[in-house]
Design a protein. Sequence first.
Length: 289
Amino acid sequence: MADTPSNPPSPLDPTPLGIPLVGEETSEMMRAAFPLRLGLVEGKVVIVTGAARGIGEAAARLFASEGAAVMVVDKDVAAAEAVVKEIRTRGGEATAFDADLTTEADVEAMVLSTVHAYGRVDCAFNNAGISGRFGSFLDLTLNEWQQMISINLTSVFLCMKYELAVMAVQGYGVIVNASSSAGIVGAPGLPHYTAAKHGVLGLTKCAAQEFAAKGVRVNAVLPGTTRTPTIEAYINGDPAVEQTLGRSVGRGFLGEASEVAEAAVWLCSDRASFVSGATLAVDGATTNR
Ligand SMILES: NC(=O)c1ccc[n+]([C@@H]2O[C@H](COP(=O)([O-])OP(=O)(O)OC[C@H]3O[C@@H](n4cnc5c(N)ncnc54)[C@H](O)[C@@H]3O)[C@@H](O)[C@H]2O)c1
């Protein structure tokens, strides 16, 4: 009988190219036939900063589900411990670490504790950051400027310094830094945030050059507006605000934390072995408009 709208083709019918689609049953057979398929970052040791919520939390969960042991670092240690508990409940490996990343001693302790717990540092996702107050350049106070630079730029420098020291000795390692769309274009009303995120790209490019021949890769992800607690607080349950924010994204709606996490995990994986010094926009075609 010919197909009619009331009798649509089964999903398992051949495609127009004559190639049969793979059904759930076939996928199960393939999984059974290849039981040794490993996670993207199987067996690696990863530090994720700002991992108690938002993009960092999504990344910590994804790194763990892709086979890594994860150091879940945040100044909100209670929330970091909750993330660790859930990762362990699902059979993953993770440890919470309490750090204020603007403090050099905390950053040094974070790296040393990771080596102590797991023996090395294969990868680091330096993600912790704040968004800051919107306002005119003229109203930005020196205090706001210094706080922004301290959290969004100096902390990344400190993390890289101690992570690179270990990675250079190991002869391998991967760092991914969280920049932003505001790392390559100006974000009106956020000059301090824009300056810090441009600075993160400077650190990324310098370190990528210096450590390339030592087996260490350094890259940055540049998220567009992504649904996280910070953005949810700004939306404050108002669909009109969410729509306006969504329209500022090239694809017309917000990014999800898990979508940024996917890029960070891939960059840390051996699949990205030839990628270093890259600034990867994860923004649904926003900054290339
Ligand atoms: N969400 C977005 O739309 C967006 C867009 C572009 C870039 N980014 C960047 O991505 C990163 C994550 O953003 P998010 O929206 O998930 O943030 P978030 O505010 O939801 O989470 C940030 C986490 O970092 C932690 N943190 C902040 N300062 C810290 C410090 N000094 N020491 C230790 N931990 C600290 C916080 O406790 C929090 O758990 C940030 O660097 C942010 O600038 C986010």
